[in-house]
Design a binder for this molecule. Structure first.
Ligand code: C2O
Ligand code: CU
Length: 447
């Protein structure tokens, strides 16, 4: 498996360009990558409290792009949403303080109606934020050795090996852009920083031997104590950091990380039966390999135990909220575009206005057609209610993206601090890029 190179410091230069990648026999696949990568881009590593400058150059021949810092708490004008367009040949250079907690974030294009195409071609990358709280813990943190970024997606190919741009689901898993990916991991406690970067598919991750592993971080930070799981659902845009204990595994032995996507209830993205067509896939409604692991020798200074405690976050609860806001996912029936509150995304329309400093409870209602992955910019939130399924133990932590199953309402609480503007909105949207491009996006001002 390819491990993205890592950039450090406080000035980061990114150039999005066209490339090709040999993913099949025969023709190479036209792709996008940053800084010469043939798919995806470098990992940006930054410290909480640093003032960083990101110089993003668009080296595409024809198309505009944007660069969004997913999960970051920054001014809307620096956010890289659909309003901060970078024309071909241009460079955009936002500068801001890193205020987020240590966790795994990511960057990706966010150009309205082009997000799916640019993501499918490979545009994106990880951002890892470090802070003192995380640095004081006995956690694996040797990048590419016992601390592995793992971006999961899948693609279908057309007859000349170009990426298919029609379907919701790929047929072939790509882990960091690598097909049939394998990795050698040392016989010790290993950290995986996992991102679901699919168009639409959910994962239900676990190891082939169903061993227990531990969630240590959600989208926006460490959880207070490791959460033991054997399966980990992940919808599009979500990140989880996990620890897996390989200290008892013999050198040379193998274990596969898999996704157990068979037998899901309707509305689970990627549970649909059928192998072809817009909503079919060779990976649907089945268990498939995500990453093959071969166990190697332990390293010097190996972490050999999962720590008992991690952080001391106090999460907002429903009673902290002074404003209740409800947003409904709507449509005109199967096959019609998804919308919020019956309105398709319009860059001229501000859909919500939040008062700076308010703590709000947002309830996302989804009672129509399919599951969705709801993401809001600017804030990290705490999930406080699900109407029909329990809140997962694994999702009790700082979140910016949440799965909203068919027929369910999900409530979360967030505080909208620090950044206000009368003109520059933040986005909220379904992170399934086909739904987002189709209009399932809205915008809000904090003022
Ligand atoms: Cu990952 Cu609005 O984006
Ligand atoms: Cu959706």
């Amino acid at each position: 498996m390819w491990i993205p190179p890592m950039l450090t410091g406080t000035t980061f230069d990114l150039t999005l360009g066209e490339a090709t990648k040999q993913l099949n026999d025969g023709d190479a696949t036209p792709t996008y990558g940053y800084n010469g990568a043939d798919f995806w881009g470098p990992t940006l590593r930054m410290n909480k409290g640093d003032i960083v400058t990101l110089n993003v150059t668009n080296d595409l021949m024809m198309d505009d792009t944007t660069a969004h810092w997913h999960g970051f708490h920054i001014p809307a004008a620096s956010d890289g949403g659909p309003h901060q367009v970078i024309a071909p040949g241009a460079t955009w250079s936002p500068s801001f303080e890193v205020m987020n907690r240590a966790a795994t974030y990511w960057y990706h294009p966010h150009l309205h109606m082009m997000t799916m195409e640019q993501l499918v071609k490979g545009a994106g990358g990880f951002i890892i934020v470090d802070d003192d709280e995380e640095a004081a813990l006995p956690l694996p943190r040797t990048y590419g050795v016992d601390d592995i970024p793992l971006m999961l997606t899948s693609r279908r190919f057309d007859s000349d090996n170009a990426f298919d741009m029609e379907g919701a689901y790929g047929d072939y898993l790509l882990a960091n852009g690598t097909r049939d990916a394998t990795v050698e991991l040392p016989a010790q406690v290993v950290r995986l920083r996992i991102l679901n970067a699919e168009v639409e598919r959910n994962y239900n991750l676990g190891f082939a031997d169903s061993r227990t592993f531990y969630v240590i971080a959600t989208d926006g930070g460490l959880v207070n104590a490791p959460i033991p799981v054997t399966r980990l659902p992940m919808s599009v845009g979500e990140r989880y950091e996990i620890l897996v204990d390989l200290s008892g595994d013999e050198a040379g032995s193998t274990v596969a990380l898999q996704s157990f996507n068979g037998g899901q209830t309707f509305g689970f993205p990627g549970g649909e039966p059928g192998t072809t067509g817009e909503f079919g896939s060779l990976l649907n409604d089945t268990t498939f390999d995500v990453l093959g692991v071969t166990v190697g020798a332990a390293t010097d200074g190996a972490v050999m135990a999962v720590p008992a405690s991690l952080a001391n976050s106090v999460y907002w609860t429903a009673s902290d909220a002074t404003v209740n806001r409800t947003i409904a996912i709507t449509d005109e029936g199967p096959g019609t575009p998804f919308t919020f509150d019956n309105a398709t995304y319009d860059e001229q329309v501000i859909n919500q206005t939040v008062n700076l400093g308010d703590t709000e409870r947002w309830t996302i209602q989804n009672n129509r057609t399919f599951g969705h992955s709801f993401h809001v910019h600017d804030v990290q939130f705490n999930i406080v209610a699900r109407s029909s399924t329990p809140i997962g133990d694994y999702e009790r932590g700082w979140k910016d993206t949440v799965f909203v199953p068919l027929g369910e309402s999900v409530s979360f609480v967030a505080r909208f601090d620090d950044f206000a503007s009368d003109t520059d909105p933040y986005m909220y949207h379904c992170h399934m890029s086909n739904h987002e491009d189709g209009g399932l996006m809205g915008q809000f001002l904090v003022k």
